[in-house]
Ligand binder design. Structure first.
Ligand code: OOG
Ligand code: NI
Length: 462
């Protein structure tokens, strides 16, 4: 088959992201409410801030500003993770970053499957935060074995889905018809199942070991547990949620409100208690409940260098030593005050962030000038080169832990020994994850080289 007949991976991803959104809105109506609220606040923010609207018009697609940026799933076995890597590759999504959540009391480690190049991100930025359950962190050996067997026995992909992945790998892509059926088949993997695949007794024991273990092991598939649109004003949406009948988590994760946004701020509404049924000891279906699914929002800022990230981590730790945000929101104001205070030590203007090498920037030529013998800094001072922040496209372990925790119930934050295990994760994945810092550094370097090259060409031509 000729490659010209293939649908691009970016287009398959866009179609997958939109199919996930409609499925989730149908499955979780509160998510639809959140989406409308986000769209409303985005429209208002753009109207209030014409400069922002103008800037976004140049760099983003304004009519799609409120669409989903990411979702999250949790899988149970190395084989499931490895197959997902192949599935996501068909949609131009590759594993970036390694996140160890064990330290924060969540028995998983994770990566994010995401589009990598600028062009791909612009067409459709959808990512999937993907966690692999760490059965090794279940203490009770018998329960661990039962969980392993249950997971081993399930097949989370339809046979047609597997066939299409293999076809895409052999042929180098999928045509329009196959791509449509691929999206339809893959969607099945992320559907909700309201009938558990375990007995109510096993569910309870898994749940007692850790709520997340019960969520991963008890169902036929790794249901999508949240989707996350982009908001232009996360503080406004957080404040407005209760008036729309949805209950936000206690605090926004990540850095405080700033002039120059850094990294990622995110918050969610709390997971809903949903009716599911279990087979009881008499072999009959019995109603029970399970809490797993929620909605989240995100607002992104500049990608930080290792130096900037170290400063961010230090200031976040400092504020959390003063006030640890309680799940019930009782000390939310004190936490926000401590966070604001700690982050006074993080420069809040782009020039200082740049000159102190705290963040990554993209450089573009704005005027023709003689470049011979001049360095980048001179060209910037003369106004021949402009710099813009590179947006952080990844995740933050402390924030992710906060999102997990707020959706696992407010009690019993469990302790596990920190045990990052990137090598084992990559073995299970069947590939290394991309190092996010290296990636941003490359984007910056490439933009500098292209910028100087362009100026040289322009100077020669004039
Ligand atoms: C994933 C939580 C992490 C984020 O945005 O940081 C996450 C989960 O609950 O499975 O999605
Ligand atoms: Ni998320």
């Amino acid at each position: 088959m000729k490659s010209s007949t293939f649908l691009s991976p970016d287009a398959i991803r866009a179609s997958f992201s939109s199919a996930m959104s409609s499925m989730y809105r149908t499955e979780v109506p509160a998510y639809g409410t959140l989406l409308s609220l986000v769209a409303e606040v985005n429209v208002k923010t753009l109207a209030d801030k014409p400069e922002l609207a103008q800037r976004l018009e140049q760099t983003d697609t304004l009519d799609r500003i409120s669409e989903e940026r990411h979702g999250a799933i949790r899988v149970g076995t190395p084989a499931e993770l490895a197959m997902l890597r192949r599935v996501f590759a068909v949609m131009g999504m590759y594993p970036v970053g390694y996140y160890d959540l064990s330290e924060a009391g969540v028995p998983v480690h994770s990566t994010a499957f995401r589009p990598v190049g600028d062009a791909a991100l612009k067409i459709n930025p959808f990512r999937v935060f993907t966690s692999l359950l760490r059965l090794d962190l279940i203490e009770d050996a018998a329960l661990r074995e039962e969980a392993r067997k249950t997971l081993e026995a399930r097949q989370i992909f339809t046979s047609k889905a597997i066939e299409l992945v293999e076809k895409a790998e052999v042929d180098g892509g999928l045509d329009v018809t196959d791509a449509a059926s691929f999206v339809e088949e893959i969607l099945q993997t992320f559907r909700w199942h309201d009938q558990a695949s375990v007995s109510n007794d096993l569910y309870r024991r898994l749940h007692d070991a850790h709520r997340l273990i019960a969520d991963v092991v008890s169902f036929r598939g790794p249901h999508i547990n949240h989707l996350t649109p982009r908001t232009l004003d996360i503080d406004a949406v957080q404040t407005l949620m209760p008036a729309h009948g949805i209950s936000p988590k206690a605090v926004i994760e990540g850095p405080p409100t700033r002039e120059c946004p850094i990294l990622l701020r995110q918050t969610s509404f709390k997971a809903l208690e949903e009716t599911v049924s279990f087979i009881n000891s008499e072999g009959n279906w019995e109603k029970g409940s399970h809490t797993a699914r929620f909605g989240e929002i995100e607002q992104r800022g500049i990608a930080l260098t290792p130096k900037g990230r170290a400063l961010y981590d230090r200031l976040l730790t400092k504020s959390r030593e003063i006030v640890r945000p309680a799940a019930d929101g009782s000390n939310a104001q004190a936490y926000i005050a401590a966070l604001d205070d700690a982050f006074k030590d993080f420069p809040d203007d782009w020039e200082t962030i740049r000159s102190e090498k705290l963040g990554y920037f993209r450089y573009t030529p704005v005027a023709t000038t003689a470049v011979q013998g001049r360095d980048l800094e001179e060209l910037i001072r003369e106004g021949a080169v402009q710099f813009d922040p590179i947006v952080y496209e990844d995740f933050l372990p402390v924030s992710a832990a906060g999102i997990f925790q707020s959706n696992l119930g407010d009690t019993n934050v469990q302790k596990f020994a920190a045990s990052p295990s990137q090598q084992e994760f990559e073995t299970h994945l069947g590939a290394p994850v991309l190092d996010e810092f290296e990636h941003y550094a490359n984007l910056e370097t490439t933009s500098i080289e292209a910028c100087l090259q362009r100026l040289r060409t322009l100077a020669l031509a004039s």
